[in-house]
Design a binder for this molecule. Structure first.
Ligand code: HEC
Length: 100
């Protein structure tokens, strides 16, 4: 019982903030890994365009879930093994604010 309570008290990631060096790595990942399907400038390829314009009005939480879980039945892979939820959230906001 006590042990369960202690587990619940484990610190939850305080915010969706990502440390600066990790942000640089994530940006590179978006360009290189995501860009391999979505285009280096996110204008689309095998995957849909991911420019802020194309994603206009998208819910960042929904985008982060797509990034984490992929789109079943399509080439969009799940990134959950490589990214934390905070990092997926960071990428969603990064895409929405556009990369130019
Ligand atoms: C192997 C190719 C591939 C890679 C790599 C890839 N994607 Fe995708 N992605 C796709 C495809 C294909 C779709 C379209 C799925 C569909 O038909 O709904 C997609 C869809 C998406 C969508 C939904 C777009 C929309 O308007 O519905 C988002 C967001 C997305 N990808 C983000 C990413 C991010 C971020 C990365 C890198 C972490 C990434 N993708 C890497 C192939 C890829």
């Amino acid at each position: 019982m006590l042990r369960i309570a202690a587990l619940c008290l484990l610190p939850v990631a305080a915010s969706a903030e990502v440390a600066a060096p990790r942000a640089v790595a994530l940006e590179r990942m978006v360009i290189q890994d995501c860009g391999s399907c979505h285009g280096l400038t996110m204008k689309g390829g095998l995957g849909k365009p991911l420019t802020a314009e194309a994603l206009d009005g998208a819910d960042p939480e929904a985008l982060a879930l797509i990034v984490l879980d992929g789109v079943p039945g399509t080439a969009m892979p799940p990134w959950r093994p490589l990214l934390t939820e905070e990092e997926a959230d960071w990428i969603a906001h990064y895409l929405l604010k556009d990369q130019k």
